[in-house]
Design a binder for this molecule. Structure first.
Ligand code: AMP
Length: 532
């Protein structure tokens, strides 16, 4: 086979550095046809075609020389180049596995248009729609994927949406963590498409709010998700990134027991000595999830992500309830500054709730870091036990011998504990003597030491029948349903909500961003945001 005319530059470049034997693998396996495509090739990809590290260094030098010549005019590379961090070896934290399973052939950031076919619609986000898809690798093997396509207006992609889309690509390109959604590659077609790992079970929020007969999620599983989330967030923080949109809607279920952090459209690098990102001008942010400093000054940091972690914990244990439901967005900041906090959901132990309260410390410096949170979660971990005698007393949590019981509340000196029956999903109080404690697999031995003595009346259906008790806010806002009647908040200057509500997308298919209650309003008397 003769080299193609369009890729003779590659052959020449490789010949100059005595690496011509890699011409076909680079062209065909890594899909590199232009010098800019090397921006998306990782050292692991070159390892995958058998190129040793010294040869990779030679190639890198040759590319630098090539680039000092005329610059590419391609707008995609210009924009991505502007966002993409310097290529460097990923520095994984010590707790991250070094060898992650990869689809055959490793990461190939540029995927030919014909290699991906789209199927059913999975959801709609702020700058595109997400479809289930099938990616055919050069070997012929097919990998199920999710394909996010950039929404294109009548006059082509809209500036901010294109920028956010490419920013998401450039951030995800460099992330490798078992609980961070993986980007497989980018299709430079019309429309631009991100090819991502498929999370077949959808968003955690959808799972939390799924109606009967879908059973609720067990408390022990929610704790596992929190630990996975804290690990993923510690990883992002260690890479100098702030997510800014942490919520159950952005946690995807890759399997029944695995969540992945997704939606990196709002991710920003943390800059300056203070490790903050300050947004300029009013842009939409998820108001009810935000820390006070984000609402007042547009300031985001790992500590504001920790605040959002606390709200996400609250969502998980509230069955996907909307935080601050019924409170107009501009009042949320006032409530927070008056020290009001979301109330403890019935399923949440006191120990976990006090962890959430630490995440909601008014001063960012007083909040725990994500790596500290991983340890705190371990301390607040509910004990697992096994029922050793049937409980049938009226008002008590019913259980049969052999039932697995998660102890939510209980102390060694109390005779009544509160827990969840793993078989029935019900939550309630029971005699401590009915359960023997076992150590949860992989976790240190824990004993219920949480204070407080539940009473027989302290029983919650746990959602099997969908009859979850509604939490009361300390400073009771209007009921949840009333929120829908709250007039749309207006941005400063009287403009409509500035969020890019996609034209032609019905409300029901819009993501959370389509709801104006999440927008970043400029209520009267609020200081203007500092410039970016
Ligand atoms: P996003 O634009 O990232 O907010 O995604 C919009 C919706 O598409 C999400 O709420 C999910 O329901 C769905 N979705 C996004 N990415 C994936 C994925 N990788 N796997 C499965 N569903 C996804």
């Amino acid at each position: 086979m003769l080299p193609e005319a369009g890729s003779l530059w590659l052959l020449k470049l490789l010949r100059d550095i005595q690496l011509a034997q890699f011409y076909w693998p680079i062209l065909e396996e890594l899909n590199v046809t232009r010098p800019e495509h090397f921006d998306f090739v990782k050292p692991e990809d070159l390892d995958g075609i058998g190129m040793g590290r010294p040869a990779q260094r030679r190639l890198s030098e040759a590319l630098k020389r090539l680039r000092s010549g005329p610059k590419s005019k391609n707008w995609v590379y210009k924009i991505l180049g502007g966002f993409a961090p310097e290529h460097k070896e990923p520095t994984l934290p010590s707790d991250s596995p070094r060898h992650l399973p990869e689809p055959e052939g490793g990461l190939k950031c540029l995927i030919p248009e014909g290699a991906v076919c789209r199927g059913e619609l999975l959801g709609s986000g702020c700058f595109g729609v997400v479809h289930r898809g099938l990616w055919t690798l050069p070997s012929g093997k097919s990998v199920p994927v999710a394909v996010k396509s950039l929404r294109v207006g009548p006059e082509g992609p809209m500036g901010t949406e294109l920028g956010d889309f490419l920013r998401e690509v450039s951030v995800m390109m460099n992330l490798e963590h078992p609980h961070v959604l993986r980007l497989h590659g980018l299709v430079l077609g019309q429309p631009l498409q991100m090819v991502m790992e498929l999370a077949p079970l959808g968003s955690l929020h959808a799972r939390l709010t799924a109606p009967a007969p879908t059973p609720p999620l067990l408390v022990a599983l929610l704790c596992l998700f929190l630990r996975q989330l804290a690990g993923a967030m510690a990883y992002l923080g260690a890479r100098g990134l702030v997510h800014r949109d942490l919520a159950t809607r952005n946690l995807l279920l890759a399997s029944p027991r695995t969540i992945k952090v997704a939606d990196f459209g709002l991710v920003r690098p943390l800059g300056g000595a203070r490790g903050r990102y300050v947004m300029g001008g009013p842009r939409p942010i998820p108001y009810a999830w935000c820390a006070p400093e984000s609402l007042r000054h547009g300031a985001f940091s790992s500590a504001s992500d920790v605040w959002m972690f606390g709200v996400t914990l609250w969502e998980m244990f509230s069955g996907g309830e909307e935080p601050w439901a019924g409170v107009p967005p501009y009042l949320i900041l006032q409530r927070l500054e008056d020290r009001a906090r979301l109330p403890r959901p019935p399923l949440c132990s006191r120990a976990l709730y006090s962890l959430a309260l630490r995440c909601w410390a008014p001063h960012p410096a007083d909040r725990p870091s994500f790596s500290h949170l991983e340890g705190l979660l371990q301390e607040a971990w509910p004990s697992e036990g096994c029922c050793v005698k049937d409980v049938t007393e009226p008002g008590a949590l019913r259980m049969e011998t052999g039932d697995a019981i998660t102890v939510i509340e209980g102390s060694p000196d109390s005779t009544i504990w509160k827990g969840q029956n793993g078989r029935t999903f019900k939550v309630g109080s029971f005699p401590a003597s009915a359960v023997t404690l076992a150590d949860a697999g992989g976790l240190p031995a824990t004993r219920p030491v949480h204070r407080g003595t539940p009473t027989w009346g302290d029983q919650h259906p746990g959602g099997v029948d969908g009859d979850r008790k509604k939490a009361n806010l300390w400073d009771a806002p209007p009921a949840r349903g009333q929120r829908r009647n709250v007039p749309l908040e207006r941005m400063k200057g009287g403009a409509e909500c500035a969020w890019r509500h996609p034209p032609g997308v019905p409300d029901s298919t819009r993501s959370h961003w389509g709801r104006c209650g999440f927008c970043h309003p400029e209520p009267q008397g609020r200081p203007a945001l500092p410039p970016e």
